[in-house]
Design a protein. Structure first.
Length: 87
C-alpha cells in the first residue's frame, strides 16, 4: 500500500511540475515534459490513452480522465456481473 501511495504522490508531483511550466507549450511539448518527469522519478510511462488523458488533465480538461474512469468502472462491473458464486 505504501508503495502505491508513493507512486501516486510522485505522479502528482510530475503533473504539477509540468503544469507549472505549461504556459506557451504545445500539447506534444507537454507530453514530452510529462514523460521526462515520470522517468526522472523512476515511474513507468502509462499507455497512450492514459497518457493523453493525463495531459488533458494537466491543461485543465478533466473530461477524458473521467471518461476513462467510467469505462474502467463499467468493465469492472461487467467482470463482477459475470462472476457467479458457487452454490
Amino acid at each position: 500500500m505504501a508503495k502505491y501511495q508513493r507512486a501516486s504522490q510522485l505522479r502528482r508531483e510530475a503533473a504539477e511540475a509540468v503544469r507549472a511550466r505549461a504556459a506557451g507549450k504545445s500539447r506534444e511539448e507537454l507530453k514530452d515534459l510529462y514523460i521526462a518527469e515520470l522517468r526522472s522519478r523512476g515511474l513507468n510511462i502509462p499507455r497512450e490513452e492514459i497518457l493523453d488523458a493525463n495531459i488533458d488533465a494537466i491543461t485543465g480538461n478533466y473530461l477524458p480522465a473521467f471518461r476513462l474512469l467510467g469505462q474502467s468502472l463499467a468493465s469492472l462491473g461487467r467482470l463482477f456481473g459475470a462472476f457467479r458464486p458457487p452454490r
